[in-house]
Design a protein around this ligand. Structure first.
Ligand code: AMP
Length: 301
């Protein structure tokens, strides 16, 4: 499989309503994505960090066997930083501060060895960076993007261009409403499909996710998780599980997409059991497969 991702690579500070705080931990959309996708096969990463990126984070990430040839430590630049605080419901959050830093600069060049990539995921980052990456892959089979409120509010024109060039969009329910002005998720998804992508996956936090595709609609609950320590990266690890499975199956049919969403749901349910990549670092593929079997058995009503 040839799966590639770009997105943010960051230093996060996260506060949860029970008073816990994780200060300056490894985060970023492409980090969660790549770690999750690595359970299904090889993953290539393109992105930049600044000189302040802790060496220990590189070591943490090595565990996942992600190809980091496309990772640049940029001299004179600073790493993207995000500070978020979750509300009582552990779903909604406010951004206390965001420093784009290197995320506002050009993407590093795509290594030649990456150019045969067929499955492309444009994780949440500046839409100009998402667009720049996309142009490098003449053999692309499936391009899926994620976005968020910041980019919908500040970069709508570039984002609108991007929507015409991708096959799928993954975003959460409040972002779908912000993008379309429609609070009904499936109607919002219809409107997004009219803007370009062939399918849309709307994530609804603890309430699961819904796929709107020309061949059907697939609605999945979230895994009924008893342990929720930090929801950060749930969306990205969901997308990583989903894209990782699709690339490993090398099939982009509606039926495979539904199955891929179930894998995404299960990986995300592990990710939220600890801060940063804490839980994924200890997760074995056998545990993942076991929970997948439990989850799909639960759906068989
Ligand atoms: P998620 O919880 O799946 O939405 O992703 C959380 C991750 O997204 C955190 O690790 C942040 O570093 C990263 N993040 C937060 N804001 C942005 C942004 N505006 N652009 C890109 N990544 C972001």
């Amino acid at each position: 499989m040839s799966l590639i991702v770009t997105g943010s690579i960051g230093i996060d500070t996260i506060e949860t309503p029970d008073g816990q705080k994780a200060d300056s931990v490894l985060g970023g959309s492409s980090i969660y994505f790549a770690a999750a996708a690595s359970y299904f096969g090889d993953v290539r990463l393109v992105g930049a960090v600044g000189e302040d990126f802790p060496e220990a984070f590189v070591g943490d990430f090595k565990h996942f066997d992600v190809d980091t040839t496309g990772l640049e430590v940029r001299k004179g630049s600073k790493t993207f930083r995000w500070h978020g605080k979750y509300l009582e419901n552990m779903n909604d959050r406010e951004t206390i501060s965001v420093d784009l830093n290197v995320l506002a600069e050009d993407l590093p060049p795509v290594p030649d060895g990456y150019k045969d990539s067929q499955y492309i995921f444009l994780a949440n980052t500046h839409p100009a960076g998402q667009m720049a990456l996309l142009e490098n892959f003449p053999n692309r089979k499936l391009v899926v993007a994620d976005t968020m409120d910041l980019w919908i509010n500040t970069e709508k024109a570039v984002l609108t261009d991007l929507l015409r060039q991708i096959d799928g969009l993954v975003l959460n329910d409040s972002e779908a409403e912000l993008l379309t002005g429609e609070s009904n998720v499936i109607v919002a998804a219809d409107k997004i499909v009219a803007m370009g992508p062939k399918f849309v996956v709307v994530k609804k936090g603890a309430h699961g996710a819904i796929l709107r595709h020309d061949d059907g609609v697939c609605a999945l609950p979230a895994y009924p998780a008893r342990k929720v320590i930090d929801p950060t990266g749930a969306g990205d690890s969901f997308a990583g599980g989903m894209m990782g499975y699709l690339a490993s199956a090398d099939d982009i049919s509606y039926a495979t997409l539904c199955k891929a969403m179930a894998y995404g749901t299960v990986v995300a349910s592990f990710n939220i059991e600890d801060f940063s990549l804490g839980r994924l670092k200890t997760l074995e593929k056998a545990e993942l497969d076991q929970r997948y079997a439990e989850f799909t058995a639960m759906l068989n009503v």
